[in-house]
Each structure stands twice: as C-alpha cells, then as structure tokens.
Design a protein around this ligand. Structure first.
Ligand SMILES: [Zn+2]
Length: 244
C-alpha cells in the first residue's frame, strides 16, 4: 500500500460524514466512455465534425429527432455496464454504517446498482423515460420506436426521452439545493474522476466547509479549495486498494 492510499484510508476511517463527488471518470472502468477523454463520446462526435453541445441539446432533439436518436455512440449496445471497485467500496462502506453521500454527474445508476442509498444525480438518469407531450412514464423495455428509430408514445405519438439533463436545460428544481446541503454538512470531500470545468459542479464544491479534501483524478486538477490529498490514478484502481 502506498503512502497516498494509507492517507486516504486514514481520512476515510476518521471521517464521520463522507461526501463523494464523482464524474465520468468514476464509470470509465465500468466500460462507459469519459465524454471528454480521447476515446469518449464527445471526441467521437467531434471526429465526425459534430458539436456535442449542439447534438446533445433539447433544441436538437426537438428539431432533428431522427438524427438525435441515431447519433454515434461509442458504447456497444450489448455491453451492460457493471459497478466497479469504486462504486462497490462506497456502497459497502455505507452498509457497514458509515454516513456516505454520493453526488454524481453520471446518469448511469451504477452507484445505486452497487447498493448506495443516498445518491444525488445532478444530471438526471438514463433509466427513466417520459413522453415529452403527455408526460407518461416508460421503462426501457416498454419503449417502441418508429421506422426512424425515434421512441414514440403509443397514446399521442409524442417523443419519449430519458430523464437526462441535456445541454441548454436546467437541473431539476431541488437537486442542486440537496447537493449543496450534503456538501455543507460533510467533513470529508472526495472529488473523483471529474474535470470540474463546468458549472454548477465547479461552484458546488465551494459549499464544502468540512475538514479534508481529497482529489482522485488521472490528470491534476486546479480547484477552488485547499486539497489535502491528490492522487493521480484511475478511480476504481484506487478504491480497490482500500479496506472497509
Ligand atoms: Zn404521450
């Protein structure tokens, strides 16, 4: 065990309330692309000269639904992502009685799949769907697509979309307040697998008033808080070395 891992272990053992703030880098070891990395979805879209901010927006979805639902995706549809060592460790820690709070920028539900109970999904989730016309809710296996591959509500032919926040859309009311509240009441903040370049995530960490801040990321981060421990490595690989 390296000195850094030992320090992280000690911080976790000594903490009473842990807030884990994660981004795409938390799920890459589960086989999901990091949007901004070289092999990520954004990069793939850009390679095809498509602007991710334009493609992944509500306006694009409404104006060009056929293109939106047939956009390139680097993940093969047959792969089912599974929680990795980071998701599993955090869930186990909570199961053992530690107060662990998760704030995630991911929409994949892997923290819940691992068993975490307190998860705030800033950007929504890709497991619930609704009709944009009537608001009826659908599960993935209930969705029917038309000949252009657009998911359609059988009642009113409205477009069915995932409950994911797209570019140009606001976060769901209350979500950000809840995240701020969790930030402000924790004593250990672990920031993992996120570049923290976009708001409101960038601002959110300013609400942390606790004792210690840990950053786990493949590349160095500059953040608006003093950092007690910075580990430059894959998130799952780091958590794999910890004990509950
Ligand atoms: Zn409908």
């Amino acid at each position: 065990m390296t000195h850094q891992i030992e320090t992280l272990q000690r911080f976790i053992d000594e903490a009473e309330k842990i807030v884990f703030f994660g981004g795409a880098g938390v799920s890459t070891e589960s086989g999901l692309p990091d949007y901004r990395s070289n092999t990520g979805t954004y990069t793939e879209l850009e390679r095809q000269q498509l602007d991710p901010k334009k493609i992944m927006s509500k306006r694009y979805l409404l104006n060009y639904p056929e293109k939106f639902f047939n956009r390139p995706n680097t993940r093969k549809k047959t792969e089912v992502p599974k929680p990795n060592a980071a998701h599993l460790y955090l869930a186990e820690l909570e199961k053992q009685g530690k107060d662990v709070r998760i704030i995630t920028q991911n929409v994949d539900g892997l923290h819940q799949a691992a068993g975490s109970k307190l998860v705030v999904e800033l950007h929504g989730n890709n497991r619930h769907f609704h009709c944009m016309e009537c608001g009826r809710e659908y599960k993935l296996n209930e969705i029917q697509r038309d000949e252009q591959n657009i998911p359609r509500c059988p009642i009113d032919n409205g477009i069915i979309r995932a409950d994911v926040i797209l570019f140009g859309e606001n976060l769901k009311p209350g979500i950000l307040d809840r995240a701020k509240e969790l930030m402000a009441s924790s004593d250990l903040l672990i920031i993992a697998g996120t570049s923290l370049t976009v708001n409101p995530s960038k601002n959110l960490i300013r609400y942390f008033k606790g004792k210690r801040v840990v950053v786990i990321n493949k590349t160095p981060l500059t953040i608006d808080l003093p950092v007690d421990l910075a580990i430059e490595d894959a998130v799952g690989k780091v958590f794999q070395q910890l004990t509950v």
